[in-house]
Design a protein around this ligand. Sequence first.
Ligand SMILES: [Zn+2]
Length: 220
Amino acid sequence: MQVEEQKLQLELWLETQGMPVLPIETLVVMTNPRVILDATPNSLYQEKVIPLSKLASKLREINQHYTHEHLTLAETRRLASYVASQHKPWKPNVFQRLGIGPGEIRRGVRCPSCRTLPMKWERLRFECSACGMRSADAYVGALKEFFLLFGDQITNRQFRWWTGVGSESTAKKQLRRSGFNRVGDKRTAIYKLNFNYDEDFDEFVRWKQADKFRKRALIF
Ligand SMILES: [Zn+2]
């Protein structure tokens, strides 16, 4: 269902971009080698859901269904780079969507180990009161959360408000240590958070999945 929906959306998008109508094939490729696929023989699923090892032969098989070329290799490459250039990360306004204000968000640095909020800044590192974990750079997670909620710019004052770090010079050291570009200087300095949506939020996705399982475990 998902891949068919994506096909439809791609068709619509290509149309709005003034592209010629192209045949679009769909496949669901399971890349985890430990997945075992068990489908009813001769069913649609057996054709559409395949392991990675079958991809090459499947592509040859699909190719044979076509008698003429719809796009040359050069056109295909151009289209591929155009698609990539049109990519925009999804940036929802969380506050608007949930109908809450920034003041209602629980602030602080979250423990990377047990996720308790907030960790306490003590003797040059953050300490978790629940599990005892200590970490000097746990604030990076808080910066990521700030980035998702408020956007890609943060000042020293905002950093202290968000993380609970009291000292301006400590905040400055941490912001500098994170290596982000700084615009302006002294009190007006703004740090540009350039986290990457594709690479920097894996742990959040894992947490979300863990939450889902926990909720399910509570229901049963
Ligand atoms: Zn902890």
